[in-house]
Design a protein around this ligand. Structure first.
Ligand code: M6R
Length: 611
């Protein structure tokens, strides 16, 4: 979703902003723009890629030591130059960029129109901007004051950066529900939606909280709440380096991230899992272990791929801990007046830690007394901070829009949590616990083996790339993997794909089966295997094309399948961390074979910060 960059300090602002916008491209966007203060406010914007904007600016005087830049993911008004940010207030004095949605913009717009304002764009942003400027003019107050008054009246989510033609050093920033990070340099400040545009300049950052306003000058950072009380900025050190956000020789971030999984899963287990001695250390989970063990139920809330990780966790937690688990789409949970009892345990799963639906669902559950555990990848993100406790997945920055390494790291964390809780609760016997600890510790090496199948999977992608539809089937622990395989394929290759429990296929989807339909079976050796093989027979009987992910040593399935992908054996509880990897590669190669930009699939945003 929208990306925000700002700079104030001794450097030329434009190169910092341009590079920052390029680093934020992964978030998904459809237009971009920049505003610089240099003897006047200069605003440039363009539909399309940041490179298109850059091209139009070649040869222009782009000097200035303060500026703001934006990548826009359209919400109000189609993607075009006019609707792109920054917007300029009617008075011409203030420029603003915005990430989020102002829900009561229509009413504010009406009031402003009645006062004689006209609007150049269809955006809620231009409305908020003129609302702020109108307050500034009417009250004859500083911009900071006008921003505060305006934000107390708006409903919705925002991260805004505002610059004033009459104040050549200051950026006013504010957030509610949309992320904002401020990098602290020596006599300079960097502002961005996440740390990626900042990391090469400084590792010291402040994560701005909801309802806070930052007044940012080269030598000064003042934080206030909307009640005008000063807040102490909490400075944290970024634990990542530049290589983590660069492609490192791979053609795409998605491929790099798929190939990073042996390391990311290892990093996630490191320092927590001691398989030899049968110890798992998860301090965040431990803090609430009693409450979790005694909970009547656990509710998992998440979206997209993280929701699929939640579905796997449902199987794992119910099996090992015997606690009922419900897995909810955050967007449904938040709006349906959910029944939550004090002490209910909510597990929120999110790669970005900024997904608006998940964040609001957390707030709602918190208000009703639930304990919130966050399983989050992005350190310092809003969901991590909104949770009572939890565990980071330590997968490193995920740039490709399709989530890959975050998924396997989520599974690793959730499995460790279930193992330790099951043992403490007494629902998991020590011998099985020890076996599963070892199985988990062996996952990184086995993923490495699967990655060696890359060229075989690439050839399969070539063979099936022209399919119009695809079906993904699995049972038990592999059912969510089938869903994830289908999601990966559809978002990257735009092939219509559906995931189903293999048995459910008979209740409808089987009508789709023809000689042209590829059906991907996640058919590794587990307690459901024979049943899955029967489902495969049913597809073959109708001449569907079967691609099967199977376990080494399986001699039956190859006689049925048209194509097989053979992966190392693993206990069914940990198997999804393996069986998903070939499906990630398959989606990636189909997308590339079809000539699509797999890192930035159409219409998608990496971090969905609007509802
Ligand atoms: O950052 P989150 O894990 O909260 O994001 C949730 C979904 O938006 C995300 O998983 C999305 O479905 C991905 N595009 C999947 O590849």
């Amino acid at each position: 979703m929208c990306g925000i960059v700002g700079y104030t300090g001794p450097r030329q602002a434009y190169p910092v902003i341009l590079k920052g916008l390029k680093r934020l491209e992964y978030r998904g966007y459809d237009s971009s723009g920049v505003a610089l203060l240099n003897g006047g406010l200069h605003v440039y914007k363009k539909k399309g890629k940041v490179a298109d904007l850059e091209e139009t600016l070649v040869g222009k005087n782009m000097e200035g030591h303060i500026g703001i830049g934006h990548t826009r993911w359209a919400t109000h008004g189609e993607p075009n130059d006019r609707n792109a940010h920054p917007h300029l207030s009617q008075s011409g004095r203030i420029a603003m960029i915005h990430n989020g949605i102002i829900e009561n913009y229509a009413q504010i717009k009406q009031d402003l129109i009645a006062k004689g304002y006209t609007f150049k764009s269809d955006t809620d942003t231009e409305v908020l901007l003129n609302f702020i400027d109108d307050i500034r003019i009417k009250n004859e107050c500083p911009l900071e004051e006008a921003v505060r008054i305006a934000l107390r009246r708006v409903v919705g989510a925002y991260c805004i950066l505002v610059i004033d033609n009459e104040d050549p050093e200051t950026i006013i920033a504010a957030r509610k529900g949309s992320p904002l990070v401020i990098g602290i340099g020596k006599g300079e400040h960097f502002l961005a939606s996440d740390a990626s545009p900042i990391i090469e300049y400084t590792k010291e950052v402040v994560y701005v909280n909801d309802y806070e306003i930052a007044i940012v000058r080269p030598d000064e950072l003042i934080l206030k709440n909307l009640g005008n009380e000063k807040q102490t900025p909490f400075i944290t050190k970024l634990d990542m380096d530049l290589t983590a956000i660069e492609k490192g020789g791979y053609d795409h971030f998605m491929l790099k991230e798929i190939f990073e999984q042996p390391h990311t899963i290892y990093d996630c287990l490191r320092g927590r899992l001691d398989a030899e001695n049968g110890n798992i250390t998860m301090s965040g989970i431990q803090k609430y272990a009693e409450q979790i063990i005694n909970a009547n139920r656990i509710i998992i809330i998440a979206c997209g791929t993280s929701w699929h990780a939640g579905l796997v966790a449902e199987y794992v937690i119910e099996e090992l801990c015997r606690i009922p688990v419900e897995v909810e789409y955050a967007s449904e949970f938040r709006y349906r007046n959910p029944i939550i009892h004090k002490g209910d345990v909510i597990i929120a799963i999110s790669q970005s830690g900024e997904t608006a639906d998940t964040l609001v669902a957390i707030e709602k559950a918190k208000e009703q007394g639930a304990i919130i555990l966050g399983i989050v990848n992005a350190v310092g993100s809003s969901i991590a901070r909104a949770s009572h406790a939890g565990a980071y997945t330590h997968a490193g920055p995920e740039i490709g829009v399709a989530s890959t390494k975050a998924f396997t790291a989520q599974l690793a964390v959730l499995t460790m949590a279930a193992l330790t809780l099951g043992l403490q609760k007494g629902t998991l016997e020590r011998d099985k616990y020890l076996l599963l600890c070892k199985e988990l510790a062996a996952i990184p090496e086995k993923v490495d083996v699967i990655l060696k199948l890359d060229s075989q999977i690439k050839a399969l992608a070539e063979k099936y790339k022209d399919a119009a539809d695809a079906l993904f089937l699995g049972r038990g622990y592999n059912f969510p993997v089938a869903l994830e395989g289908a999601l990966k394929l559809k978002e990257i290759s735009y092939i219509h794909a559906e995931g189903y429990p293999a048995a459910e296929m008979k209740h409808g989807p089987i009508a789709l089966v023809t000689e042209q339909l590829p059906v991907v079976f996640v058919a590794t050796k587990d307690s459901y295997h024979e049943k899955v093989v029967s489902n495969m027979q049913e597809i073959k009987a109708r001449k569907g094309k079967v691609i099967a992910v199977i376990t080494e040593g399986d001699t039956v399935t190859p006689t049925l399948a048209d194509d097989i992908i053979v992966i190392p054996p693993a206990h069914e509880v940990v198997a999804p961390m393996l069986s998903v990897v070939p499906l990630q590669l398959l989606a990636y190669h189909v997308g590339v074979a079809k000539g699509y930009d797999v890192d930035k699939p159409r219409n998608l945003a990496k971090s969905v910060t609007v509802e």
